[in-house]
Each structure stands twice: as C-alpha cells, then as structure tokens.
Design a protein around this ligand. Sequence first.
Ligand code: MRU
Length: 366
Amino acid sequence: MKVGAKHYRSIWYDYAEQVVKIIDQRWLPHEFRVVDLKSRDDFAVAIRDMWVRGAPLIGATAAFAVAEEMKRDASDASLDETWEVLHETRPTAINLRWALNVMRDRLRDVPESERAATAQALAQQICDEDVECNRQIGLHGLEIIKKIASTKKPGEVVNILTHCNAGWLATVDWGTATSPMYHAAEAGIPVHIWVDETRPRNQGAQLTAWEMDSHGMSHRLIVDNAGGHLMQHGDVDMVIVGTDRTTSHGDVCNKIGTYLKALAARDNNIPFYVALPSPTIDWTLKDGVAEIPIEERDGDEVTKVWGKMEDGRVGQVQISPDGTAGGNPAFDVTPARLVTGLITERGVCEASAEGLAALFPEQVLD
Ligand code: MRU
C-alpha cells in the first residue's frame, strides 16, 4: 500500500542492494524505519521480538530467512537447522510452519548447487501469492459490505469493528481484515472503522490506526472494552478480524480479546467475520481451544506501555506497581459457532468442517 507517494510491501527483496528489507513495526506510528535482515539470527530476532508480526508476514519472513541461509550454506543440515531456529520463534501463527514446510519440502529434492536460486524464487512466490490471496479476500468481503450498505439510508455509513492489526502490515500487502475495507472505500462505499486499541502491545492503536490514517479511512480508536457498548447502541454493523490459526472445523485463534468481541457480537446479532488466506488453516487440528498452542509473552508487555513521550522520544512507561507481575496470553480461540463466516481467497464459507471442505476439497483426507 502507499506510504506517502511510494508503494510499499511489508517485506521485500531489494535486488539492487541484494538484501531483504522490512518495515520495523516497533517504531510505528511515530517513525517509519526500514531495516535490512541478513543473518539467520536477524530474521529470528525480527520475528520473535515483533519487528514484523501478523501471521502471513511471519510466514513470508521465515521464507526469506531460508532463502538467505541457502546462499551461505545449502546443505540438508542447514535446511533442517534453519527450520528449527525459525520455527521456535513464535508458536501460534501456523503460517510460520506452513512457509517453513513449503521451503524445506520443495528444496529437499533440488541439488545443493541450485538451492539458493530456487529458494529465492520460492520466497518471492510466497509473498506474491499472499498479496493475491488478500486481494481476493478483499473482493469477497466487499460483497458482504455492499449488502450491508444496501440496507442503509442515504448518508449512513457502514460501521466495521476490527481487533488487532490484520492490515497490510500484518501480511505482505492489502491485509486480510482490512482488504474488504480498502476495497469498499475504493468502490465508494462509505465505511467507518472502529479500531480496538488491542492491549497489551496496542497493534490497533499503533498499526491499524496508522494504516487507516495514512489511507484516509474514516476511523476512531476505541479502548478494548468499548466494543460491547457500541454494539448495544447500534453503532457496529459488522466485525471483521484476522486469524493466526483456524482449525479444519472453523475454530478461530486470533489476538487476545477477539473471543470477547465475538460473544458481544452474538449477543447483539451482529455479523462476525474472519478473513484469512488458506495457509492460515491448520488442517491437522479440529478443536481450537484444546489444541492450538497459545503464545505466552513477557509480562512486561502488560505492565509497561510503549509510546511517544512529551519530549518526542519513543519509549516505555510502567503503568503498574513495581511488585505486580503481568500475565500475558497473546491469543484466544473463538469457537466456530460464534463466527458468521470465513472470508477466504476462494470465497466465503461457513465456519465448519463442511464449509471449509466445500471450498478446499483437496485438503480433506479420506
Ligand atoms: O501478535 P501479532 O501482532 O503477530 O498478532 C497478529 C494478529 O493477531 C492478527 O490478527 C493475525 O495475525 C491476522 S494477520 C492478517
């Protein structure tokens, strides 16, 4: 998407400088910093410490990590070790394992002398396919927004609530949850986005709000607990969120707090949609609550908050007593029964084994 006059992806290979570049998201919205990732450790740190984040982007970054490593050492041992090092960086987003498996499985049969070039092309392909998936998600989601807009009186807007950042910064481009919003705005449908701040790391306040602001989208930032109130008062027409892992039966794991939004949406009869590219589906799992590993992050993310100080410095402030420890489960699972529909690159389906199987019949095992 555009930042100023320039089009950016969240990750790209700079062919002139022969290096992978990312937007270091820790500094947004205050500073727009682009950094180079070179060594395997650079890539692992960037994922673990959330310089890049969002399930599809984590996968794309891991793919480039393998490609860069193959230039240094294209042996089987290096391929396996790189898989292990990257895989342990973040446990919940399944796109990480998906991308690492694609890279390892495809490279295994390629002679070592050709692995670097093949890996580079594969990583680029993973990125390009993510962009196209998200564009398709946007077009399918647009149809849902159009239907809601058709029930509105002239001058009324479609109010959409979103949680965390499932925007272009969380993918390679377009975003998942945001793609229908961007497509609606391009189609001239008046949309207004309620942006959940998304404690503890505030991906909504820092990243989604930045995206909305830089793309001229009508939006307001709300505290995480405001959604239920807004729904009770008719101020939310639909919810669209992303996901880090969705089971073959349609249970949806996403940023902590998503489940509470789904409960409030159900209580108020408001459609709750989840937008996802198919690499986010974990076909090996059924019951999300029981089976999806939930990342437990540092309690300091809860007791401290990042922001811009009055003197302009970007840093952390502590908001709780010295003796209080933070508890920090980073994701939760919304059961399929609370999800109105899954917006995928192949269309919209019910959040169920049958719904997913109808769209992705090749994934269903006998
Ligand atoms: O911890 P994060 O910032 O990586 O969590 C991101 C999310 O929860 C997103 O909603 C999810 O990855 C979907 S991104 C299209």
